[in-house]
Write a protein that binds this ligand. Structure first.
Ligand SMILES: [Zn+2]
Length: 225
């Protein structure tokens, strides 16, 4: 239950704030009730109900038929959940031998259960990491975010040496697939060719070539190697 101020924030409420915050992290598009309902798989009416409640509690604002935005208080609560989530994911991979495709659901449950004390103990034991197993930046305790200047692989230049800095953790199957073809975090590669009409990229990594469909490439963010 809620850790922010005196207001009770339910587990569902915490998830909503985190989903809104994360949506803003990946896209510039405004977050709407229908987008949230599609993402969460809940009906528009139950999302609308939850949004109304969180707005009444002061965690977000909602323009009628418009976009949903976090207030300063909502932002703080969301960043706190994101920090928990990403530290737990890091712990599961670094200490418990989980694969990067296996940690999301586990962290989704644990992030609501652990105390602030445990989260900080975890951060300390992990050496205050700045990114999680998917390359997602881990907010610091004060809510600040480490900078990440990555670009989408799908929009990167051909021929340049690149390093994978971040991979969307939306799909465990995709993470498994990418890991299986050697496209994990920090893997170096370059784009050899793009087949725009076939919707594929030909990549070179550690001396051999691999074809990647654009939907998969969209999930990968790179920096110059
Ligand atoms: Zn992650």
């Amino acid at each position: 239950m809620g850790r922010v101020g005196k207001k009770a924030l339910s587990t569902a409420g915490e998830d909503y704030l985190k989903v809104i915050w994360t949506a803003q992290e990946w896209t510039d598009k405004p977050v709407t009730v229908s987008a949230l309902s599609a993402h969460l798989g809940f009906s528009a009416s139950s999302v609308s109900e939850a949004v109304k409640k969180l707005a009444a509690q002061g965690f977000l604002t909602h323009a009628r038929y418009g976009s949903v935005a976090l207030t300063a208080e909502g932002e703080q609560a969301a960043v706190n959940m994101v920090r928990r989530h990403r530290l737990i994911e890091t712990f599961l991979v670094d200490y418990l031998g989980y694969g990067w495709d296996e940690v999301h659901d586990e962290a989704e449950n644990l992030e609501h259960a652990v105390s602030d004390k445990m989260v900080e103990a975890l951060a300390l034991r992990l050496g205050n990491p700045v990114r999680d197993p998917h390359g997602d930046p881990i907010p610091a305790r004060d809510g600040s975010l480490p900078p990440l200047e990555a670009a989408k692989l799908s929009q990167s230049e051909t021929g340049r040496r690149l390093r994978i800095a971040r991979v969307s953790d939306d799909s465990p199957e995709l993470l498994r697939y990418l890991g299986g073809i050697g496209l994990g975090l920090d893997a170096e590669l370059s784009i050899v060719d793009r087949q725009a009409y076939a919707g594929t990229l030909t990549l070179e990594r550690s001396g051999d070539r691999v074809e990647l469909g654009l939907p998969a490439a969209e999930a990968i963010w790179v920096v110059p190697a």
